[in-house]
Design a protein around this ligand. Structure first.
Ligand code: HEM
Length: 427
């Protein structure tokens, strides 16, 4: 169909669409989505080729322009080449050891308070509850603002903006989520600009303050407008991805109660007292780490990564012309039987030393991407996920409602279609 192409299949069942294409055409095929014909590549080698070896000829900025370029202009993923490298070098200051310790300290009481309220909801819908939590955490960690209290309009603007990034109709038309997102962006930009001005006078421990002081080896700093653009992008990059990961983990631990018991026992052993989780505890939550890895393998929040070729490329005998949309498919690589034993089964120990299946196919496992645009917030995401899971495990035991069958939606972000109802019981 010349206009619609594969769009309907992509919007309703993207995994099935790509499976069908792969069966018919192999690991390199075309699809027509939203009026654009793109090339889709499968396999660990394709990830390496596009994201690493040919990164200079595969623009991230142009790849992501549709659908998020306008909403998140100036964000790190929407920059290429030298400029990207320089900005990334400065932004890294916000993820160093001491700032990370401060973020952990700030997040713990919020997680504790929010989770206490979860116990009153039966069944609890996990995905919306976790999204509200991660948004509140982002407000506090990034800007030292309390969105749960008196900043309702700002909180709504943030929610509108991140929702616009994942809308199924990403066009700037009246009365759409996308249009609300653009209005939200404008409000946030003005407000965060004023907060940044204050933080420059009196720095706090939030990310905005750290970035207001950050500089690269040549002493170059980011302008106020650049910092605000980056943090608005962080809001989106950090929010739904982490919420998706936490939801998948809650689901898998409900479906595999023996693993839930195992990681609860680990949490109790690693941090037994009422005192909070310290950065040194995080690597000790080893089994929980495997559960996170395995949940990200089975349910990667992003099922594909888009790029745009700036010059002609040849991959496995196929010529991909310049100015072509080209995407690598993460989900499918995570379930390839040639790389993973029993790929559809939940088996966290496949990531444990000794087996380490992910190391046997470098680039095949890439929930955080690869190459120069590898997720900048990877360590932050791991810390936040472990913190929330630690509190959840210590406070509750949970199970799925009787007879429940989960169905995941894969775009724009992986999540259970019904939000995932669970039944909580106090430990
Ligand atoms: C489990 C949670 C997360 C997942 C699965 C995830 C996944 C990803 C992926 C796949 C990319 C690469 C996209 C590409 O190559 O085009 C990426 C990039 C990025 N992520 Fe994450 N992310 C997560 C959490 C976070 C958090 C918490 C933050 C910030 C605090 C963050 C900030 C970023 C940034 C800034 C980039 C762009 C890096 C660059 O362009 O150099 N992410 N993320």
């Amino acid at each position: 169909m010349p206009l619609v192409g594969d769009t309907l299949g992509f919007l309703t069942r993207p995994v099935d669409l790509f499976n069908k294409k792969q069966r018919r055409y192999g690991n390199v095929f075309k699809a027509r989505l939203f009026g654009r014909t793109g090339v889709y590549l499968l396999g660990a080698e394709a990830n390496k080729f596009v994201l690493v070896e040919q990164a200079r000829s595969c623009s991230s900025q142009e790849g992501w322009r549709f659908p998020i370029g306008e909403l998140f202009h100036g964000g790190l993923m929407l920059r290429d080449g030298e400029e990207h490298k320089q900005h990334r070098g400065i932004l890294q200051a916000a993820f160093k050891k001491e700032p990370m310790r401060q973020y952990l300290e700030v997040m713990a009481p919020i997680v504790d308070r929010r989770l206490a309220a979860w116990g009153e909801q039966t069944p609890l819908r996990v995905f919306p509850a976790v999204k509200a939590l991660t948004l509140e955490l982002a407000g506090k960690v990034f800007f030292d603002l309390d969105f749960s209290q008196d900043l309702a309009s700002l909180s709504q603007a943030m929610a509108d903006l991140v929702a616009a990034a994942t809308t199924l109709v990403p066009f700037n038309l009246p009365f759409t989520q996308y249009r609300r997102g653009m209005k939200g962006r404008q409000l946030l930009q003005e407000y965060f600009g004023r907060v940044l001005h204050e933080r420059r006078q009196a720095p706090a421990t939030d990310m905005l303050s750290h970035l207001s002081q950050a500089e690269d080896a040549d002493g170059r700093r980011l302008t106020d407008a650049e910092i605000v653009d980056h943090l608005i992008f962080f809001l989106m990059a950090a929010h739904d991805t982490t919420a998706s990961t936490l939801t998948s983990m809650v689901y898998e631990l409900a479906a595999h109660p023996e693993w839930q018991d195992k990681v609860r026992a680990e949490s109790q052993a690693v941090c037994p007292g009422p005192a909070g989780l310290e950065p040194t505890h995080l690597p000790q939550l080893e089994q929980l780490g495997y559960v996170m890895d395995e949940s990200l393998r089975l349910h990667p929040p992003l099922i594909l990564i888009p790029r745009y070729t700036t010059q002609e490329l040849v991959y496995e005998g196929y010529t991909i012309p310049a100015h072509t949309h080209v995407s690598v498919l993460l989900y499918h690589n995570h379930r390839t039987p040639t790389h993973w034993s029993a790929p559809d089964q939940f088996d966290p120990l496949r990531f444990a030393a000794g087996r380490a299946e992910h190391r046997k196919c470098p680039f095949g496992y890439a929930p955080f991407g690869a190459g120069q645009h590898f997720c900048l917030g990877f360590a932050f995401a791991e810390m936040q996920v472990k913190l929330v899971m630690h509190h959840l495990l210590r406070r509750f035991r949970w199970q799925l409602p009787a007879g429940y069958q989960v169905e995941f939606a894969s775009i724009p972000i992986q999540h259970p279609k019904d939000g995932l109802p669970i039944v909580l019981e106090t430990v």
